[in-house]
Design a protein around this ligand. Structure first.
Ligand code: UDX
Ligand code: UDX
Length: 445
């Protein structure tokens, strides 16, 4: 089939690459000339394991093309995926202006055949109906535009709407897109349902076929629940610190219960990224917009933010204050295997330390450039050893596994004080203490 994906971001690029890999003809559209120019050379706007290779492959096979022009991209498309950003407004509500501008542009460029429009970006329940209204208004006004007469195709433009939310974690987006647990298809017409089932043939995983509103809510429900699991284990970690229990063993035992499952029970400095903080706030505002006081979700949002402060208190306590101290930081990305620093807890903690008068030197395998854009005053370096040179403490703030394999014995001799506050429970407490470090972590004695 001929597909167009709008939005060359963390959602749009893996989506386009996978459909091209499945043998469809895919056109990836973005309004950002720079991004499209770079993509033409197979350069991605972000790091994602294996994605640059997959895009390069599909570009050279001709299955995938990239453009900034709406007209050709839409006129030939049987299916159009909307994958533009839906960032949070100050109120926490999702900003749908990009989704609506994409919908208008689609409607202005309809081809002669019936087009299926699919929202893949995370959007509040009821967004598809708003998109439908925008598109109908555009096609109606073009009918009304008697001067130009509107092209016959536009006047008769019929279209279907569907919701096909993505569940891609950054750092494994391509792998997960090729091997999904399930594909959620929210459609209100048989035609839309059939097209989407056919389009996804060749991909493993279950199919959940439902209506559009339900599909829109499924995405928020999943992300909010995953965020709740992290909130819960962080609360248990605090209790472990009061009672002398070990949260890692608690999580292991909990996870062995099939009803709970082992994933997303890693205590730390709280979740970050462009999804959980945005989607939990958006769902809370959707709930209050429907007169539902989602108390648990409010607690999740609140307590998650406190994790940063809890960890900072620990650092201040062990160092006797951070002002004037030299602090080495390992990790700036919001999680491992990504260069994304959006709502990164690591970056928030670094910003606090700098504000409190610490001199910070930070190392991250991939996120250095993005971190410096977000925090221009940040001093970074290109190895862990440089970050730990003369440091009063080494903070671990992102779960890069390479930090586990560092030559800690050697690094200790570079440090002024062998103190390691580990915000990600990455290292083994008894091993680190045996090597002579003062080691603190989250919820472990
Ligand atoms: C983000 C969130 O990560 C995801 O959870 C949510 O579902 C949608 O918003 P993401 O792919 O990360 O998705 O968005 P982003 O990386 O901001 O990329 C969006 C792209 O759309 C940008 O490249 C932007 O230039 C492009 N865009 C935006 C358009 O092509 N047209 C527009 O009108 C607006
Ligand atoms: C998430 C969802 O997993 C994905 O399905 C959705 O499409 C987008 O949002 P992402 O935000 O990319 O993916 O990363 P994820 O692996 O979910 O981690 C989110 C945050 O939670 C990170 O800051 C991570 O460090 C933290 N986290 C994760 C924990 O603190 N503990 C855990 O056990 C797992």
């Amino acid at each position: 089939m001929h597909i167009t994906v709008i939005g060359a971001g963390y959602v749009g690029i893996p989506t386009a690459a996978v459909f091209a890999k499945l043998g469809h003809t895919v056109c990836l559209l973005d309004v950002d000339e720079k991004k499209i120019g770079a993509l033409r050379q197979g350069k991605l706007p972000f790091f994602e394991p294996g994605l640059a290779e997959a895009v390069g492959e599909q570009l050279s096979s001709g299955a995938l093309s990239v453009t900034t022009e709406y007209n050709a991209a839409i006129a030939h498309a049987e299916v159009v995926f909307i994958c533009v950003g839906t960032p949070p407004l100050p109120t926490g509500e999702a900003d749908l202006s990009y989704v609506f501008s994409a919908a208008r542009s689609i409607a202005e460029n309809f081809g002669p055949h019936r087009t299926l429009i699919v929202t893949k970006s995370t959007v509040p329940v009821g967004t598809a109906e708003k998109v439908r209204k925008i598109i109908s208004d555009v096609t109606l006004s073009s009918k009304g535009g008697s001067a130009s007469g509107g092209s016959l195709s536009r006047d008769l433009a019929q279209f279907d709407l569907a919701s096909c939310p993505e569940f891609l974690p950054e750092g494994s987006a391509l792998a997960d897109a090729l091997n999904p647990d399930r594909i959620v298809i929210g459609a209100d017409t048989d035609r839309a349902r059939e097209i989407l089932l056919k389009l996804h043939e060749g991909l493993p995983g279950a199919r959940v076929v439902t209506d559009v509103r339900t599909a829109e809510l499924i995405k928020y429900a999943c992300n909010a629940f995953l965020a709740t699991k992290i909130f819960f284990i962080n609360e248990i970690a605090s209790l472990c610190e009061q009672t002398g229990a070990n949260v890692a063993d608690v999580a292991t035992a909990m996870g062995m219960d099939k009803r709970i499952g082992p994933a997303f029970l890693r205590a730390g400095i709280g979740y970050g990224g462009s999804c959980f903080p945005k989607d939990t706030r958006a769902l809370a505002s959707i709930a209050s917009g429907h007169n539902h006081d989602f108390q648990l979700l409010k607690a999740v949002i609140e307590v998650n933010q406190q994790q940063r402060a809890r960890f900072l208190e620990k650092v201040k306590l062990i160092l006797g204050g951070v002002s004037g101290k030299r602090i080495g930081v390992l990790g700036l990305a919001f999680k491992n295997n990504t260069d994304d620093v959006r709502e990164s807890a690591a970056l928030e903690i670094v910003a606090y330390l700098m504000k409190d008068g610490a001199s910070v030197v930070a190392y991250d395998p991939k996120a250095e450039a993005n971190a410096k854009i977000a925090l221009p005053a940040l001093v970074t370096c290109s190895t862990a050893a440089e970050a730990l040179q003369h440091a009063d403490a080494a903070l671990i703030l992102t779960e890069w596994t390479e930090f586990r394999d560092l030559p800690w014995q050697q690094l200790k001799s570079l440090m002024r004080q062998p103190i390691i506050p580990d915000g990600k429970n990455l290292l083994d407490p008894s091993q680190m203490r045996a090597s002579g470090f003062t080691y603190v972590s989250v919820g472990r004695p």
